[in-house]
Design a protein around this ligand. Structure first.
Ligand SMILES: [Zn+2]
Ligand SMILES: [Zn+2]
Length: 312
């Protein structure tokens, strides 16, 4: 799986960072998924290797502007580009009203099918390669994390063993993959003797804005990847007059460490930080596994539970 960051700033863009937007892509797939769509996300997509024509579904964490104001432009450019692939958007209550108020006034006919699904904490949604569970977060408005469980790969068979025992690749392999016993030239082949152990799908959380990462605890244990906001360092947060509902690097790192999270990417960085160092150093102080602070256009690959930055 790959993750490409279109925006990593909190609240408003900076010269280095756009506001929230993150692409998720599976291996050998011809589509991709977008999490949040802050203003100018469509500009960022144009500058990346991904194409809007292959965007399949958008997941919105919450309705703050830095996470949704890019939807209007993206939705209408799709019409002008004559993209006919249907688009589905999931998000909290109010999303329908937000989008339709703009789309209905500006444009009557999009020329493609747009489905807006207002979802809720606890909802489970199935896709061809993964399942999503919507989890609640703590923020000033209703806000979600999306827990993604990649499908287990369970239909691999031991081809070498089958060939050695007299069954060359043929249509019967498909039956064995389905768990059915087969017979060939008088010899019986029991499916359970040839089916390999399933490869378990990876587990990822992509979280929206959140005051307390511990709220995700039922899903954090041995999680393959946590992508979570880390707006402030602890010292800055402690000295703020208004304590916004966001997470510090220290709190995020301690939580990830406590639950053995295998890989951590911090994003949604306050514009006050000119470099990644303050957040990254604090993360590494309390979490000793594999931590990154995302920059715009960083691309990560997660494979067999290992995360690496593949494009800087
Ligand atoms: Zn935000
Ligand atoms: Zn917010």
């Amino acid at each position: 799986m790959k993750f490409l960051f279109f925006g990593t700033s909190a609240g408003r863009p900076t010269k280095q960072r756009n506001v929230s937007g993150l692409a998720m892509e599976f291996e050998n797939d011809n589509k991709w998924y977008l999490f949040d769509c802050g203003e100018a996300t469509q500009h960022q997509i144009l500058k990346s290797r991904l194409s809007s024509a292959k965007l399949d579904t958008i997941f919105i964490t919450h309705l703050h502007g830095d996470h949704v104001y890019g939807l209007f432009g993206l939705i209408t450019s799709r019409m002008l580009d004559k993209i006919t692939k249907p688009l589905i958007i999931y998000g909290p209550k109010g999303l329908k009203e937000l989008i339709s108020s703009v789309v209905d006034i500006s444009y009557k006919h999009l020329g493609y099918e747009l489905t807006i699904n207002e979802t809720y904490a606890g909802a489970e949604i199935n896709f061809d390669k993964f399942k999503i569970k919507v989890l609640p977060l703590m923020h000033s408005v209703e806000c979600f994390a999306y827990y993604i469980k990649e499908n287990d790969k369970s239909n691999k068979i031991n081809q070498e063993k089958l060939i050695n025992e007299g069954l060359k690749p043929c249509a019967l392999y498909g039956e064995i993959k389905k768990g059915k016993d087969v017979e060939f030239e008088g010899k019986k082949y029991r499916a359970k003797d040839y089916l390999l152990e399933p490869v378990l799908g990876q587990k990822i959380i992509i979280a929206g804005d959140n005051a307390e990462p511990e709220i995700l605890c039922p899903y954090l244990e041995n999680l393959d990847l946590l992508i979570h906001e880390s707006t402030y360092t602890q010292a800055v947060f402690d000295n703020m007059q208004t304590q916004y509902m966001h997470t510090t690097a220290e709190n995020l790192a301690k939580t990830a460490q406590k639950y053995n999270v295998k890989n951590l990417i911090a994003t949604h960085i306050s514009p006050r930080y000119q470099t990644n160092e303050p957040i990254l150093n604090e993360l590494k102080k309390y979490y000793n596994v594999n931590a990154f602070v995302a920059n715009d256009f960083n691309e990560f690959e997660l494979k067999e539970g290992k995360l690496k930055l593949i494009d800087d």
